[in-house]
Design a protein around this ligand. Structure first.
Ligand SMILES: *[C@@H]1O[C@H](CO)[C@@H](O)[C@H](O)[C@H]1NC(C)=O
Ligand SMILES: *[C@@H]1O[C@H](CO)[C@@H](O)[C@H](O)[C@H]1NC(C)=O
Ligand SMILES: *[C@@H]1O[C@H](CO)[C@@H](O)[C@H](O)[C@H]1NC(C)=O
Ligand SMILES: *[C@@H]1O[C@H](CO)[C@@H](O)[C@H](O)[C@H]1NC(C)=O
Ligand SMILES: *[C@@H]1O[C@H](CO)[C@@H](O)[C@H](O)[C@H]1NC(C)=O
Ligand SMILES: *[C@@H]1O[C@H](CO)[C@@H](O)[C@H](O)[C@H]1NC(C)=O
Ligand SMILES: *[C@@H]1O[C@H](CO)[C@@H](O)[C@H](O)[C@H]1NC(C)=O
Ligand SMILES: [Cu+2]
Length: 568
């Protein structure tokens, strides 16, 4: 079995325990980590900023497993905020209790308390990640979760040539405002806060300087002729990012831990919540090349950073010019649209067939509205789905109420259709905790409709507990009669996050085969925090093997909860 080298993100921190078997064949292993969450001061751009991190690292430790392994993570909260951790993209079959979104599946782990997450990673391989699931805290509480194939007999471990090295590239953002300050802004309907910079594996890069001090670049050393697999995670809370490396092209081989047919491109697009596995060959003349990430065109201006791909042994001195990509990365929305539209699933991968008969169809408008008179200066816009601005329950997590058949009467049923007469981004709306129940094993199709015109954002819609097929996307208004013809029912990509294009729609389909309470929400924090979410309750099946088991004995109690999910 080939040895696998770990990239920068997998450096062991303190309190880091790793009991996994080294070989990727063999028996399933238990992979155990301890995550100590605490606040540290980081110095950037003439400022000392207090940030919450895991094990003193930003990004946090990478979890590295082989498909079939069991994962145990002891979370010790030494920070002043209550928090939870979500294992983004892990299906958590019959294990909704370990999913993590605050007040959907659990109460926060309070300061000074511990909780141990236990889950198995089965039937998925590729790049996923983990992050805090309480407001904006995930801006600095996140890390990669890498799942390697168990074995494919002889030859490459992967359905593509085995790379020389695998490198986790965690895209983040550097904010000087605290998560609590950002949350306050969002609560007032102020969506205009900008990060100071994007980051690559925690580095702000040399486009940023203050008082003559230039920020460090992330540096990736490469050997000429070798192939590298970048495991890209967009952990940012604000923007979709475009990645380029001057003088190099990528072959995309997976997205959201599902293999795709190799797709060649000079720009990789990754929205918040998405992951992309992209290979490149170090086939340029030896030298130094900028790796640039920049956000998509938004009404709020560019956020970017850059690192360096450095050929070793280095030829010249350190002052040889570093080559930058010819064209600016900040392309128009079609770059993102075509990138997403060109991904197709790889036929031989471990993937169920595309379900043909839909049992439950939802058509969902995602936009903004007002909870008071529009124009009232004390009342900014809120995000909404089908005219409901989602609100987390204040006292008992939805999963608990569901499991104990104790669902509050204040819960609203999420509408199946876009309310008649809706005007996108206008009009009154109400806040509510909205859920939709679906039968076990039913095929669910969801069409997300963004505002069909106007300059707005794309929306990365993330579903917990299931991967889904992305059947089609389009600009403008979804028209069932016409657009169903464009559905890819042959080799659609399977993902956990569907990017709904700017001024357009996206259709997804999946079998609801995982009983539990699953959050479906936009992965822009300003959108989800202001209400772009809903909850899908998948009912139990007919047998014990299709029924959600009881909660773990040490499940975080809600008794000591201070005031909802607020934190400073
Ligand atoms: C939390 O974990 C630490 C370290 O394992 C242990 O010493 C402590 O007793 C635990 N605290 C609680 C409340 O379980
Ligand atoms: C330091 O951060 C604060 C926000 O917390 C910001 O207002 C200020 O401009 C920053 N200082 C510099 C030198 O960038
Ligand atoms: C510092 O950043 C500014 C733009 O923010 C740029 O114009 C200037 O060249 C940078 N200085 C150095 C030494 O990199
Ligand atoms: C794939 O990308 C090309 C441009 O690179 C574009 O013309 C084509 O429409 C895309 N296909 C889909 C299905 O999005
Ligand atoms: C049921 O709901 C009521 C009211 O929200 C709450 O007081 C009670 O603790 C809940 N019971 C369980 C078992 O969660
Ligand atoms: C949206 O909800 C608000 C508040 O309940 C209601 O006043 C409004 O009529 C609804 N809009 C549509 C188009 O149904
Ligand atoms: C789920 O649905 C499929 C296809 O409709 C069916 O073959 C299978 O038996 C169902 N499984 C259960 C446990 O109901
Ligand atoms: Cu959104």
């Amino acid at each position: 079995m080939a040895a696998i080298s770990l990239g920068a993100g997998a450096v062991a921190g303190f309190f880091f325990l790793f009991f996994a078997a080294a070989a990727s064949g063999g028996e399933a292993a238990l992979v155990e980590h301890t995550f100590v969450v605490s606040q540290i001061k980081l110095h950037h751009l003439c400022n000392e900023t207090l940030v919450t991190v895991v094990n003193g690292q930003l990004p946090g430790p990478a979890i590295d497993v082989t498909e079939g392994d069991s994962v145990v993570v002891h979370v010790i909260n030494k920070s002043p905020s209550g928090l939870t951790i979500h294992w983004h993209g892990v299906k958590q079959m019959l294990n909704c209790w370990a999913d993590g979104p605050v007040m959907v599946t659990q109460c926060p782990i309070q300061p000074g308390k511990n909780f141990t997450y236990r889950f198995n990673v089965v039937g998925q391989e590729g790049t996923l990640w983990w992050h805090a699931h309480v407001g904006c805290l995930r801006a600095t509480v996140h890390g990669a979760l890498i799942i390697r194939p168990r074995s494919r007999g002889s030859g490459s471990l992967y359905p593509f040539p085995e790379p020389h090295k695998e490198i986790p590239i965690v895209i983040g953002e550097w904010w000087e405002k605290s998560p609590a300050q950002l949350e306050k802004g969002i609560a007032k309907g102020d969506f205009t806060d900008l990060p100071r910079s994007a980051t690559i594996n925690g580095k702000l890069g040399d486009l940023n300087n203050c008082s003559g001090v230039i920020e460090d670049n992330y540096i990736l050393d490469v050997v000429r002729g070798k192939t590298y697999l970048l495991r890209l995670v967009n952990a940012g809370i604000h923007s979709e990012y475009y990645l380029k490396i001057a003088g190099h092209t990528f072959t995309v081989v997976a997205a959201d831990a599902n293999y795709v047919k190799p797709y060649t491109t000079d720009t990789v697009v990754v929205a918040p919540g998405e992951t992309v596995d992209a290979m490149f060959v170090a086939d340029a003349p030896p030298g130094r090349y900028y790796m640039v990430i920049v956000n998509s065109k938004t009404i709020e201006g560019p956020v970017q950073t850059r690192g360096i791909v450095n050929y070793i042994p280095s030829k010249g001195s350190d002052d040889t010019p570093i080559l930058a990509p010819k064209k600016s990365c900040q392309d128009d929305e079609s770059t993102s649209f075509y990138f997403h539209g060109n991904l197709t699933s790889l036929p031989q991968s471990i993937m169920p067939p595309v379900p043909m008969n839909v049992d439950e169809q939802l058509i969902v408008a995602i936009d903004t509205g007002y909870t008071c008179e529009e124009g009232d200066p004390t009342c900014g816009p809120v995000s909404r789905m089908n005219n409901i601005s989602f609100q987390l329950p204040a006292t008992t997590p939805l999963l608990q109420d569901h499991y104990y058949h104790n669902m509050s009467s204040t819960i609203e049923e999420f509408p199946r259709r876009i309310p008649l007469g809706i005007v996108f981004n206008k009009g009154r709306t109400s806040k509510a905790t909205s859920v939709r129940r679906v039968r076990y094993n039913s095929t669910v199709e969801i069409v997300f409709q963004g505002p069909p015109d106007g300059i707005v954002y794309s929306n990365p819609m993330h579903l917990h507990g299931h991967d889904f097929f992305v059947l089609a996307q389009g600009f403008g208004k979804y028209n069932a009669a016409k657009d169903v013809q464009t559905y890819n029912l042959v080799d659609p990509p399977m993902r956990n996050t569907a990017l709904v294009p700017i001024s357009g729609w996206t259709a997804i389909r999946f079998v609801a085969n995982n009983p539990g309470v699953w959050f479906l929400h936009c992965h822009f924090e300003k959108h989800v925090s202001s209400g772009m979410g809903m909850v899908l309750i998948v009912e139990n099946g007919p047998t014990l093997e299709t029924t959600l088991p009881p909660p773990p004995a040490d499940f975080p109690s809600c008794d000591d909860q201070k005031s909802g999910v607020a934190y400073e």
